[in-house]
Design a protein around this ligand. Structure first.
Ligand code: HSE
Length: 403
């Protein structure tokens, strides 16, 4: 590597353009974007790169011996997988923001990094500008970690904030999140909880050293939230937030899920609004710590990419040390959750194996129950909980005595 770091950039959408701006602005990085690979060179763009930078051939970057590092922010998980694995196989380090691809392929990507002795960094994949991955990897390297929980998706949080605090209709808030560049090209990833899930999968690898297949995790979004749910939360002086969490339920067991949650004003995440993300890290000896920042958007995400680029300049790589620990906690869904269930079909509660029901309300237009149910049963009954007539929200029960 010469004095100047030559970067090959894949993807020039909202985040790619932010990276171009940030790298050009960061004079101390001594880095330059040598080539940018896009699908369509002729597409009009808000920011036009310098002449000669754009190419539509991946090989122009992958086979260029002057390229020191690849930055990959492509909005297509299979293209991203192909770019990242090709680069690693050639021994080229990669910085990526592709959470869906990383979450689905992390075990293989870890093995490839070892085999080809190069690095893949991806702090930008989780919580935009908040340095959550490197912190979990480096600082929380002990048995004390009890929980990582938070708002990991900027778009859904933006929508909920607009709906709760500004009384805006849901659809308008979603359209605005798309216009502002927070939402995924398919916004159902944001609002159905999958974007949060992918980030949670990555976080869990760096928090606990365990990879869990995304398909094994209960994931429920905010698309069916209604005025009834919002009014119910307001009456209780709470907000509803889309929360992802990984929680140790015993020294040798942890659970994880993504779902809307009733959040009381005493919680840090109560005040996390708009496109901001907030992550609470709980440990045995330090109670709660809180990280807060912009979780979506062009420049916030680009700032995280720049941080990984600079870390790579100093030879940084994830060591995944926790994955080699002798006793890793085991993923467990045999845990009791307390949920709020709103429904139209009056038979629904009896078709779900509630351990108990503590509250029930029924009228012509609004029915709900509150009760305890095993997470494993929520997973197996997931199909019954789909559609606009049903909404589920978690009522937190872990660590309540420790707040
Ligand atoms: N769509 C994502 C979000 C972008 O809203 O959080 C950042 O990962």
């Amino acid at each position: 590597m010469g004095n100047t770091l030559n970067i090959g950039l894949f993807g020039f959408g909202v985040v790619g353009q932010g990276i171009y701006q940030v790298i050009n602005r960061a004079t101390n990085a001594h880095a330059r974007i040598k080539r940018i690979c896009v699908r369509n060179i002729n597409k009009p763009r808000a920011i036009e790169p310098a002449p000669g930078l754009l190419t539509d051939s991946a090989d122009d970057i992958l086979t260029d011996p002057e390229i020191d590092l690849i930055v990959e922010v492509v909005d297509d998980a299979s293209a991203s997988y192909s770019i990242v694995t090709s680069a690693i196989r050639r021994g080229i380090p990669v910085v990526s923001g592709s959470k869906a691809m990383i979450a689905r392929h992390l075990p293989e990507l870890i093995a490839l990094q070892h085999e080809f002795n190069t690095a893949l960094l991806y702090d930008a994949s989780s919580c935009g500008s908040i340095p959550v991955i490197r912190n979990l990897e480096e600082y929380y390297d002990n048995d004390l970690l009890l929980e990582v929980k938070g708002i990991l998706n900027g778009s859904s949080n933006y929508i909920l904030s607009r709906v709760f605090d500004h009384g805006e209709p849901y659809d308008e808030a979603l359209a605005r999140a798309q216009k502002l560049g927070f939402a995924e090209s398919d916004p159902s990833f944001d609002i159905e909880g999958y974007d949060s899930l992918f980030k949670l999968i990555i976080i869990t690898v760096h928090a606990l050293g365990v990879y869990v297949n995304p398909e094994d995790v209960f994931t429920y979004g905010i698309s069916s939230i209604s005025d009834h749910d919002i009014r119910y939360a307001r009456e209780k002086r709470m907000k509803i937030k889309l929360v992802a969490q990984v929680v140790k339920v015993a020294p040798d067991r942890f659970t994880m899920f993504v779902m809307p949650e009733f959040v009381s004003p005493s919680k840090y995440i109560y005040s996390v609004d708009d496109e901001y993300n907030g992550v609470v890290i709980r440990g045995e000896c330090y109670d709660r710590q809180f990280m807060f920042g912009k979780g979506a958007g062009s420049l916030p995400t680009a700032s995280s990419i720049l941080s990984d680029v600079m870390a790579r300049r100093h030879g940084y790589r994830y060591e995944y040390k926790k994955m080699d620990y002798m006793e890793l906690p085991v993923y467990d869904t045999d845990v009791l959750l307390k949920i709020y269930l709103r429904f139209a079909d009056r038979d629904l509660p009896s078709r779900l194996p509630f351990a108990n029901i503590t509250e029930m309300y029924s009228s012509e237009t609004y029915n709900y129950v509150i009760g305890e149910i095993r997470l494993a049963d929520l997973i197996s009954c997931r199909a019954l909980l789909s559609g606009p007539e049903v909404f589920v929200a978690n009522i937190p029960r872990f660590f309540l005595d420790k707040d």
